[in-house]
Design a protein around this ligand. Structure first.
Ligand code: NAP
Length: 294
């Protein structure tokens, strides 16, 4: 059996980031605008710190103006909302995000609702979710946007294909399904209450797993030749004490690679694309603020 084509998210993201850097330089030359991004981190969750650091580095490399704001883990919700209000009003910042998850005293919904939808780099605001659902221009969450880039590398034509998205979160599963619908796929959204998940997955020409369960999707869940996008990032328990456990996706890669037509690896698939697409969103917001939307 031939092995699937590996959809290299690292390489695709590097190419996209170069393109974004070139476009940012053009925006500066033509309109005197440097795209500005800000990230608000509340607390000291190590995974969140790593994510914010990667985003900061990538934005700096693309020539963006970057602002990192760190609040204490016990910061009251009012302080987070005050930061959001300040960033909404800051003309140097075209897009910003508040890193999730937030500590328990801060309601993420209230924080996201407070973000100006025109500066919502993550695309999580209800106005942007609504625009996506209505097929109108807004900001699309970076992870599903990155998945679409990778899917298009594997499939020139998506119209009429069966797409199955496992996972229905507001940040990944739902917007992913909307994007596939926009491309005229026939879309099924599966979740923890879905019956006969393996049979449903097996129908998919395009299968997206955004579950957060290590290797839940087995090789025999996959239609031969399918495009498989693995969003999951799961750390397995360490094999030897003191070591970090291995990172795996939601798809049993070694089994799936023998059946799929194309597949993303974990790590090095969707993850790097998410960061590149966050920059793409911020560039778009900077352009819109200049009245120079693409
Ligand atoms: P989430 O909010 O926890 O949502 C998980 C979804 O999976 C839910 O809709 C849940 O169903 C469903 N689910 C859980 N167990 C299931 C099962 N046994 N069978 C079928 N469906 C099941 O997670 P998320 O934020 O969407 O993230 C999903 C995964 O992607 C995580 O591993 C996360 O770390 C990763 N992620 C990666 C990136 C990246 O850049 N690569 C970005 C974001 C997230 P219910 O709705 O019924 O509970």
């Amino acid at each position: 059996m031939p092995e699937a084509r590996i959809l290299d998210g690292k390489a695709a993201a590097a190419a996209l980031r170069l393109q974004i850097a070139a476009e940012a330089a053009r925006l500066k030359a033509r309109h005197g605008i440097v795209p500005g991004i800000a990230m608000v981190l509340v607390g000291d969750d190590p995974a969140s710190q790593v994510y914010v650091r990667s985003k900061t580095r990538a934005a700096g490399e693309a020539g963006f103006h970057v602002r990192d704001i760190v609040l204490a883990a016990d910061a009251p919700e009012a302080d987070v909302l005050a930061q959001v209000a300040a960033l909404n009003a800051d003309p140097q910042v075209h897009g910003f995000l508040v890193q999730l998850p937030l500590p328990p005293q801060v309601d993420p919904e209230r924080v996201i609702d407070a973000i100006d939808p025109a500066k919502d780099a993550d695309g999580f605001h209800v106005v942007n979710a609504g625009r996506l659902a209505m097929g109108r221009d807004g900001v699309v969450p970076a992870t599903p946007l990155g998945c679409m880039h990778l899917i298009r590398r594997a499939r020139a034509e998506l119209a009429g294909l069966e797409a199955v998205v496992i996972g229905r979160s507001n940040t990944v599963g739902k917007p992913m399904a909307q994007l596939l619908l926009r491309e005229h796929c026939t879309v099924t959204i599966a979740h923890s209450r879905t019956r006969g998940l393996a049979d449903i997955a097996r129908r998919a020409d395009v299968l997206v797993a955004a579950v957060g369960r290590p290797e839940i999707v087995r090789g025999d869940w996959i239609k031969p030749g399918a495009t498989v996008i693995d969003v999951g990032i799961n750390r397995l328990p360490p094999e030897t004490p003191g070591e970090k456990g291995r990172l795996v996706g939601d798809v049993a890669f070694a089994e799936a690679v023998a059946v799929a037509g194309a597949i993303t690896p974990v790590p090095g698939g969707v993850g790097p694309m998410t960061i590149a697409c966050l920059l793409q969103n911020t560039l778009l917001l900077a352009r819109r603020s200049a009245g120079a939307a693409a």
